[in-house]
Design a protein around this ligand. Sequence first.
Ligand code: DQA
Length: 142
Amino acid sequence: MSKIYVLNGPNLNMLGAREPEVYGTMNLADIEAQMRKQAPTVDFVFGQSGSEDQLISWLHQAFEEKADVILNPAAFTHYSYALRDACAMLKGRSKLIEVHISNPHARETFRHNSVISAVATGVIAGFGVDSYLLALQQLTRN
Ligand code: DQA
């Protein structure tokens, strides 16, 4: 059974209530349920934290286990070199897909730059919660 870490950064625990006009009305539990339904045989590890330290620890675990990762780094996308370094470790070892619910390029200028994208296997943004499902589809295709 393949293992996939699904990691979410700061404020994503507030999905559903947070700026619904930008992020929609589904919460993280809804997203998790949809992912489990789409890929019932995957061994998922779901994690959300506002702390870089915690997200980095999960990435280290994924490194040790050679597990793939779906990561929504949230605001850390735009400035966390520590998170980027942790993601870079996975390169050539397992896949890491950066996902965003909104399309950051269509928003404020500070969101246009991602320090994560260059070390990600791929990036999916702008499809609402389907961004996670598209990433999952990619990781589970043979
Ligand atoms: C986000 C986009 C980021 O710019 C923002 O800070 C988030 C969510 C998204 O999923 O669209 O928290 O990563």
